[in-house]
Design a protein around this ligand. Structure first.
Ligand SMILES: Nc1nc2c(ncn2[C@@H]2O[C@H](COP(=O)(O)OP(=O)(O)O)[C@@H](O)[C@H]2O)c(=O)[nH]1
Ligand SMILES: [Mg+2]
Length: 269
């Protein structure tokens, strides 16, 4: 921030402001300072961020998720919700200022592909709409992007993922092991729903998977040499019912991992 802006705040508080006003003005100036200096340094701020999600009958959870995003980003992040619900989810999302795109329910990946490709902002973070992912990690994810990462992937298994059903936890360890073998690079959580992406990365790659889209969104950028980083995140128990069938979904994800890894290996020749 420029010196003249400091002078303006200083003189405003000198003209009979209360102590509270002064500290608020100081805080506002400090926040502006942070925003301005981040922008000066060419860094992204929450004004450059879209948080996107697919939502299918998540009326129990969506308000909490959107309130957390609002609180953590000071209301600056844009929220895009691709919604196929028959309950009050879309209405609650609109009440909270989210941009809602209506879509017939066609599976996780169809919704999330639309969600990641919709924003015009340069950084996109995906999340589920079920209150399992920690929106408090948004500042850290943005910092990693500013540090040069193209994709930042939340690793739920690092802390044990106690809140995840045991079958899913076992499956997710297995998916990560198989994907690591096929890619020749160790990854720890291929099916996480919380990641940050530079928008140009998601726009440059053609996406083919539905239930396996989360794995694809990790594997293709990694195998094309983008800077992909995993960061541990906490994973909480879900509000409302899961929308994915663990067995059918698990088979679909396994197929996606094998297909996408082989396609990317072939691309190298
Ligand atoms: N729009 C839309 N969203 C979906 C669909 N299937 C799943 N979702 C959403 O995608 C996210 C992931 O699904 P979820 O049930 O949490 O899967 P889990 O995390 O594996 O239990 C949630 O926010 C769901 O509401 C769908 O067909 N359409
Ligand atoms: Mg979920």
């Amino acid at each position: 921030m420029s010196d003249s802006a400091h002078a303006t705040n200083g003189s405003a508080s000198a003209v009979g402001a209360t102590a509270d006003d002064e500290s608020e003005a100081a805080n506002a100036a400090e926040n502006d300072d942070e925003t301005a200096s981040a922008a000066d340094a060419g860094e992204y701020t929450f004004d450059d961020l879209s948080v996107v999600m697919g939502a299918y009958n998540e009326e129990e959870a969506i308000a909490t998720v959107l309130e957390d995003i609002e609180r953590v980003t000071d209301g600056k992040a844009e929220v895009v919700c691709v919604d196929g619900s028959s309950d009050r989810t879309a209405e609650i999302a609109r009440e909270h200022g989210a941009r809602v795109i209506e879509q017939e329910p066609q599976g996780y990946g169809v919704a999330v592909r639309e969600a990641v490709l919709t924003p015009d902002r340069p950084v996109v973070v995906t999340t589920d709409c079920d209150d399992t992912y920690p929106m408090d990690a948004l500042p850290e994810f943005l910092a990693e992007i500013n540090d040069g990462a193209d994709v930042v992937s939340g690793d739920r298994l690092y802390h044990g993922a106690e809140a995840m059903p045991a079958f899913n936890r076992f499956g997710n360890h297995a998916f990560a092991a198989v994907a690591s073998l096929l890619m020749g690079e160790r990854v720890h959580d291929t099916t996480t729903g919380m990641r940050a992406y530079r928008s140009e990365v998601v726009e440059e790659i053609g996406w083919t998977e539905n239930t396996g889209l989360s794995a694809e969104l990790l594997i293709r950028p990694l195998m094309r040499g983008y800077d992909v980083r995993e960061r541990p995140i906490r994973y909480a128990e879900r509000l409302g019912e899961t929308k994915l069938d663990p067995i059918g979904g698990g088979v679909a994800i396994a197929k996606s991992i094998v297909t996408v890894c082989l396609e990317e290996q072939l691309r190298r020749f």
